[in-house]
Design a protein around this ligand. Structure first.
Ligand SMILES: [Zn+2]
Length: 766
């Protein structure tokens, strides 16, 4: 009898809770289609509207706008948990804060006991980020499916997740791109170009590089995510949902393949290994095929993994793509190997085989939502373990440094030190003022490892496959900010007694002189170039105005501006950003895109550029674009590393040393020694080719790799001997004008402040 009363009471409570919620809207009711349906994309307004309605109807969802994106759209987040947890968010934030920084728990002797109490009360905080790469459309659509299930389901597993976790769901880290991709997709739907990528960057400035900004923090979306989510909540798990190419595995999950950057805590590696392997095993048990782990994606850089240096695991997932929202059919024989596995062979890193067939957007959303709920299940079931691991990372971070260990770094005053210190501050690093205007960064603080990885040189391991070929890193190999920004830094070993090292530093202003630049234009390729985007960002951030010239204008012809009567040209200087010589010349191949977008600069464009220089213009080529200039203008130069196999020469994004001829105006204001960001970069040698368009004496070498020193400062370089003594920056006079070839990226991802003066000197009109 008594049992029956309790059952009735429980029934009443459950129904009471259920009826306290209004009817939860399904995504289809707001978007007009079920997310995952073929050929259907939602606009950003529709996504925001869905979450707004979910918030209004559900007591499990709180939806908020965190700020504005680069193009002025709302950047949003939904916080999802049980109603009881949502009522206590401030308390849970405080618990996270204290576990992240055990110094807040009082004297050493009692910290573990206090932490145990907080771990008992706390929740696993899981940040789910979708859609940073806008052509990977499955994830922002899946965000509505994940939110709907969490808001509406009363099954025991969802209840367990809501009770034990706090979910921070970002439907898109790049809302601008949602509409850029949808507009292009809808425009090309039903044409031969349905399913192609849009012919513009899907983030105004960075395109795909928006996921390389997690330590430089240059973009508004990165800043909002770090300031208003990561640093407020310190999530234990960050589930970053992506898509990869169509022809490899159906799904990648961690662990990441080697190398792991040495400052990533072992506990982080253990965390993503355990969780990733468990998710993969559960998905295989549910019948999902084509899953790989420990392949393709490494854990080398903080540029993609803020959380690895802030006590949270980054759980990347990469599901195979369709053609945007259009299905495709793949044959088993078409599946291609990627680093670490062959999708046609079972192995410890891959399986079971996916035999090919149709691949729809609904397959993508199914893999994504299944993986996300498994991740949440693990986070909920192992709540205490996740919090213990989180506390252990904080405890190890703040422990006093032993004799011989690195105690900290002293950062000397310099023009760019303000930028460097602002980055560290945004990353949660404490700065202390020291003697002579220097700043001390102690390592015994929660995010000391974040500072250390950015302040020291990287030694990328010389990884080879079984045939002896270098294994390519997933991205670049160096991120040493003192080198990139020319800021003096000194390592301090323990024991260390600072004379005055207790005052926090307010962050010093950056002194950045930018020249006035007139009559300057950037070449805008029909094939999107991230380097062009970064260049526009740099110029916009310094309020420098510029023109933009595309293939159409350059094929039609432009003239050089001369301040004399009768001349109609507009520009003195034209910059060609980093892009391959073939792409510059040919652009999209005929038939692959609408005709007005194909053909590149073509022979007419080359003719215009040559005429522009010969009549007095300055043409600047960045990095790989220099190969285009050498070939098309028949310059008396040779790229000494052009066409070499990686076994002979390889520089996949590293910091090298160069020396400068400071008597040349291009190197004005520069020290004699500086850095070069080299990434698939050409290296120049002056030739006496009789067929060249100008004599060798027209070439002025402004920067070269030292003849007597290893060129490598940070990252990975194979075959460094080949470039010793060779040129890295040259100016070639042609007719009345000049061509400037950078054999590196002087404004690399808005980070290489050390070489900005070279870049700006080149832009100054003669
Ligand atoms: Zn991606």
């Amino acid at each position: 009898m008594r049992k029956r009363i309790i059952t009735l009471l429980l029934l009443f409570l459950v129904t009471g809770v259920a009826t306290a919620q209004k009817k939860i809207p399904t995504p289809a009711e707001v978007l007009g289609f079920v997310p995952g349906e073929d050929r259907k994309l939602a606009s950003w307004n529709q996504i925001v509207e869905y979450f707004r309605q979910l918030d209004a109807a559900s007591d499990r969802v709180v939806f908020e706008t965190l700020g504005d994106t680069t193009m002025g759209k709302p950047f949003v987040m939904a916080t999802i948990s049980s109603p009881a947890n949502l009522a206590r968010l401030e308390e849970f934030k405080k618990i996270q804060d204290q576990l992240a920084d055990p110094r807040q728990l009082g004297p050493l002797a009692t910290r573990d006991r206090k932490a145990a109490e907080l771990i008992r009360k706390g929740k696993t905080v899981v940040l789910i980020t979708c859609g940073i790469h806008s052509t990977e459309v499955g994830s922002y659509l899946s965000s509505t499916l994940i939110a709907h299930q969490l808001a509406s389901s009363n099954d025991a597993n969802v209840q367990k997740i809501l009770d034990n976790t706090i979910i921070l769901l970002v439907p898109s880290l790049n809302p601008d791109g949602v509409d850029i991709v949808k507009n292009w997709y809808d425009k090309t739907l039903g044409t031969p170009f349905e399913g192609t990528d849009p012919p513009e960057l899907y983030h105004k400035y960075t395109g795909h590089d928006n996921n390389r900004d997690w330590y430089a923090f240059t973009q508004l979306e990165t800043q909002l995510t770090v300031d208003k989510i990561h640093n407020v909540w310190h999530p234990q798990i960050v589930h970053d949902i992506h898509q990869q190419g169509s022809f490899g595995s159906r799904l990648f999950l961690p662990p990441y393949m080697a190398p792991v950057e040495p400052n990533v805590p072992k506990a982080i590696v253990a965390g993503y290994t355990e969780l990733g392997n468990w998710m993969a095993a559960e998905m295989r048990a549910k019948g999902f095929e084509g899953i790989t782990t420990d392949s393709t994606y490494d854990a080398w850089t903080p540029a993609r993994a803020y959380s690895h240096y802030h006590a949270g695991v980054r759980m990347l997932s990469e599901t195979a793509s369709a053609r945007i929202a259009s299905p495709m059919t793949l044959k088993f024989e078409e599946l291609r190997s990627r680093e670490g596995y062959d999708p046609q062979k079972e192995s410890p890193k891959f399986g079971p085989l996916w035999r090919g067939g149709e691949w729809h957007l609904s397959d993508i959303t199914k893999y994504m939502t299944t993986a996300a709920f498994l991740l949440l299940d693990h986070a909920a079931t192992n709540r205490a373990q996740w919090l213990r691991r989180f506390y252990a990372i904080g405890k190890e971070a703040v422990r006093p440094r032993r004799a011989g260990e690195i105690f900290g770094y002293l950062i000397g005053p310099s023009p760019a030190s303000g930028t460097l210190l602002d980055i560290l501050k945004r990353g949660g690093v404490e700065l202390l003022s020291a003697k002579d205007g220097a700043v001390l960064i102690r390592m015994d603080q929660p995010y000391g490892a974040f500072a250390k990885t950015l302040l020291e040189a990287q030694h990328y391991p010389n990884l080879r496959d079984t045939d002896g070929h270098p294994i390519a890193p997933y991205d670049v190999t160096a991120h040493t900010l003192p080198l990139l920004m020319n800021v003096p830094v000194q390592v301090v070993k323990a024991p260390f007694r600072a004379v005055r090292s207790t005052e926090p530093v307010a962050g010093s202003p950056t002194v950045a002189k930018t020249p006035r630049i007139d009559l300057f234009a950037i070449y805008h390729s029909s094939v999107p170039s991230q380097d062009e985007g970064w260049t526009r960002w740099l110029l916009d951030s310094k309020n420098i105005s510029y023109g933009v010239l595309g293939d159409k204008e350059l094929r039609a012809g432009i003239t050089v501006y001369k301040p004399s009567p009768g001349i109609t040209g507009k520009y003195y200087t034209l910059l060609i950003p980093d892009q391959s010589a073939r792409t510059l010349l040919e652009g999209y191949r005929s038939g692959s895109m609408p005709p007005e977008l194909t053909g590149g600069l073509g022979p007419e464009g080359v003719k215009t550029l040559r005429y522009f220089v010969e009549t007095g213009g300055t043409l600047i080529f960045l990095n790989r674009a220099s190969n285009f200039a050498i070939e098309q203008f028949k310059l008396p130069l040779r790229n000494v590393v052009g066409g070499l196999p990686r076994t002979d020469f390889y520089v996949p994004g590293s910091i090298l040393r160069i020396k400068l001829d400071t008597s040349h105006p291009l190197a004005s204001g520069m020290p004699e020694q500086t850095i070069a960001w080299a990434e698939e970069s050409p290296v120049f040698e002056v030739t006496n080719d009789p067929d060249a368009s100008v004599p060798a004496s027209n070439v002025h070498v402004i920067a070269s790799y030292p003849a007597d020193k290893d060129p490598l400062l940070s990252g990975w370089l194979l075959g460094g001997d080949l470039i010793k003594g060779k040129a890295a920056l040259v100016e070639v006079t042609m007719g009345k004008g000049r061509v400037i070839l950078f054999g590196f990226r002087p404004q690399y991802r808005a980070q290489s402040l050390a070489t900005y003066p070279l870049f700006f000197n080149a832009l100054i009109s003669k």
